[in-house]
Design a protein around this ligand. Structure first.
Ligand code: ADP
Ligand code: MG
Length: 222
């Protein structure tokens, strides 16, 4: 599903990974933890190939960083659902259009768009909010919209970068539950977070970035 093989990556002057190895199986629900600056967001950007490694290889949803062509990037990204701390909703479009927008680029018919958007909004309990603008929603509601947007293309892998960073603990738990529910239907989920409380409350596989260089896989101990 997702493999990092001996990956090295540096920003211009900032080395982040020297020799990173990681393997995430189909259907996993896991946390990527590590202190601020350890490279969690960078790892996620390497998965959706916003950056390519300096050495080694990333394989995500069947695409390899060694061979992917720039015209294939949209196809990779359609196989992934990506969720951010700050939601990244389009502020000048209502909730319905935020979701329809994602499908608009994929050549889906308008009838099919309407059906898919209605389905994911209903699943998320947000159908009654479809004509609201993002600013009219609470943080938790915005994140639920972002999750609905992430699942609309039936991704094989969901990447969530600090999805609960702007939410109170109770709302954060709801978002994690939401992601667990999606995982229970078969989608692989990887959540990057520095919030150890959330990790403690939710038994899952844990990958920890140490010193921004290596990754140690640990399974939650009771
Ligand atoms: P995390 O998400 O775990 O907080 P990041 O992946 O954002 O960590 O950052 C890892 C390291 O890379 C940090 O030292 C950070 O300062 C640096 N970094 C992140 N983004 C950039 C960038 N665009 N240019 C240069 N350095 C960056
Ligand atoms: Mg980060």
């Amino acid at each position: 599903m997702l493999t990092f093989k001996n990956v090295a990556f540096s920003y211009q002057t900032q080395p982040v990974f020297a020799d990173l190895n990681l393997s995430i199986e189909n259907g996993e629900f896991s946390f990527l933890i590590g202190k601020s600056g350890s490279g969690k967001s960078t790892l996620i950007r390497l998965v959706y190939m916003n950056y390519l490694p300096d050495a080694g290889e990333v394989i995500a949803a069947g695409y390899s960083s060694r061979t992917i062509k720039s015209k294939e990037l949209p196809y990779l990204r359609r196989r992934l659902g990506i969720i951010f701390q700050d939601f990244k909703l389009l502020q000048n479009r209502n909730i319905y259009d935020n979701l329809a927008f994602v499908l608009g680029a994929t050549g889906v018919s308008s009838k099919e768009i309407k059906r898919k958007v209605s389905d994911v909004l209903t699943d998320a309990g947000l159908f009654h909010m479809r004509f609201k603008m993002p600013d009219e929603l609470s943080g938790g509601e915005k994140q639920r919209v972002a999750i609905a947007r992430a699942v609309i293309n039936d991704p094989v892998l969901i990447l969530a970068d600090e999805p609960t960073g702007n939410l109170d603990p109770e709302t954060a738990d709801e978002i994690i539950e939401n992601l667990k529910k999606i995982n229970s239907k078969g989608t692989t989920v990887l959540i990057a977070t520095h919030n150890y409380e959330i990790v403690k409350r939710n038994p899952a596989k844990i990958y920890k970035l140490e010193d921004g260089k290596s990754l140690v896989a640990v399974t939650k101990q009771k």
